[in-house]
Write a protein that binds this ligand. Structure first.
Ligand SMILES: [Cu+2]
Length: 354
């Protein structure tokens, strides 16, 4: 059998593999709390305890009644025929009512705390952009990182959430926050990280094929580490070519590989293969000829950096005319900055096979 996947960019099936599983709390039910929203745990355990207590009481009474009041001979008549018992009915209405009102008040207070963004968090606002199937984070100073994000310990932080395609959800279990992200609408979450370490950040709303891989690392670090901007390490034009290619390959694996294969393409691949988009002529790279449709007109162009940049930022401008790609859509990646795009281009060129 032909292995079509043989040369494709590294597609990481378990991006969380190098993040240790979170420690479990004392009761063994929740990941250890690393944020400020401790009411979540209290309410969770209260509800849990109520469920267990009532399960035991109800099942106990039921089992007791089944055994103690069973029919002992086939022709036994009912011994009593109770239709109602007012004190009992009042008790089983009022006690549960009080309990659910406690749950409501507790949850409502907590939800108000989560919705009221403190001033300090507003001044430390990040943007989290969800796109099939990765996260892009934009820091208060406009730098970016992909599939991982750094926040400072004990400093309230707010994330403005946006989706450029379908429904997603921002879910950081250790911070006890989760919020749906609806396309065309901003939402937000805030929290104060209280423990250093690396925590999970999942997409918690099924968003297509690679939903399970839509994962980011949430790093909680001290202010000295924040100063160094460890996320802001995209190789620049004067860095060694191998570094740029390696970075481009990694990025392609995270954001492009779900549609673009490098190896021989099949009908199943959404986008055209990147193999031989360029060929090598001495030290120069020559782009291949490509038939594209622009404004309804079919024309032949030569692939070059500008075409690739346009294909990434404004993919509908020139659509590949070849079957089976014509009529398929690539959504735009206008949140990738120039340095990252340059690494992607370096990677594509490195695929020229001579
Ligand atoms: Cu998602």
């Amino acid at each position: 059998m032909i292995n079509y996947l043989i040369q494709d960019p590294p597609k990481n099936d378990t991006p969380w593999a190098d993040v240790p599983a979170p420690e479990i709390d004392y009761w063994g039910q929740l990941p250890v709390q690393a944020g400020n929203f401790d009411h979540v745990d209290g309410l969770f355990y209260f509800t849990y305890a109520v469920c267990i207590v009532f399960f035991v009481i109800i099942t106990g009474v039921l089992l007791y009644s089944v055994v103690a009041h069973r029919r002992k001979t086939w022709d036994q008549k009912p011994l009593s025929n109770v239709t109602h018992n007012t004190p009992l009915e009042v008790v089983w209405t009022v006690i549960p009512l009080i309990i659910v009102m406690i749950m409501f008040a507790w949850g409502f207070k907590g939800s108000l705390d989560m919705l009221t963004v403190p001033h300090a968090a507003q001044q430390n606002t990040y943007k989290a952009t969800a796109k099939q199937w990765f996260w892009t984070f934009t820091y208060p100073n406009s730098t970016q990182s992909i599939s991982e994000v750094y926040v400072e310990i004990d400093k309230p932080v707010q994330f403005i959430l946006e989706s450029t395609d379908v429904l997603h959800a921002f879910y950081a279990p250790s911070m006890r926050v989760k919020r749906d992200i609806v396309p065309g609408r901003y939402s937000s979450v805030w929290f104060t990280p209280t423990k250093k370490g690396t925590f999970h950040l999942f997409c918690a709303e099924y968003c297509g094929n690679n939903h399970s891989r839509m994962y980011a690392k949430l790093h909680v670090v001290d202010s000295a580490t924040m100063e160094e901007e460890p996320w802001n390490v995209v190789p620049a034009a004067d860095d060694p070519l191998e570094d740029r290619i390696a970075y481009g390959a990694q990025l392609a694996g995270q954001v492009c590989a779900s549609c673009h294969k490098i190896s021989a393409t099949t009908m199943m691949d959404t986008g055209p293969s990147w193999l031989n988009l360029f060929t090598k002529d001495g030290d120069n790279y020559v782009g291949r000829k490509r038939e594209v449709i622009e404004d309804g007109v079919t024309k032949t162009i030569t692939v070059d950096d500008a075409y690739i940049i346009e294909s990434i930022k404004n993919p509908t401008q020139k659509i590949v005319a070849e079957e089976p790609y014509r009529g398929r859509n690539m959504s735009k990646f206008d949140n990738l900055d120039d340095a990252r795009i340059a690494c992607l281009i370096a990677y594509m060129k490195s695929l020229a096979d001579n």
